[in-house]
Design a protein. Sequence first.
Length: 182
Amino acid sequence: MSSKIFYAVLKAIKTHCPDRLIFENVDPDDFAHVLESLRHPSNRLEGYSFRIHWFSADKRLKVVMPSNLHACAASWLLKMITRALAHGLIPQVWDDTMMIMTAPEFNNFINEFAGSFKEAYLTFLPCVGPERAQIAEYPSVVLESGWSESASRLQDDAKLWQEGSGRAVRVVLQVKFYRPNQ
């Protein structure tokens, strides 16, 4: 089963069609094999943009091939932060207390979410410890964006981030795009 999923994902990554794949009732070992295969250097996927989401409790694998539209929410948010810093609305010291990262991988979720794997479009990771030399275990703010999904799936995403981090993730911003005429 894992090779069937891997080749479907590989084709979608390379062709950008479809832009999202969802596999239900995936065995955790199959997910691990697919993830390992996607990350293996011999597949040369470093230059391709894709996001992997694994919901361990539901055995659901979602792979998204983001478009420029997906990135526009993150771009806008970064622009607003830059403007706020320039106008003194955010203190300059904030820049030394927060790392903003695109698509870092998180697989350290707890409780019922243990074993899940998530890549957000943008994360705000607090700098912690002496002299703020370390990055927090979880982001405090997460940005997710994409084509419309059901309200319950969006709630599942937020629940995974917040409850699966022991509430370390304080805010989940969800930007939902709709196709024309919807």
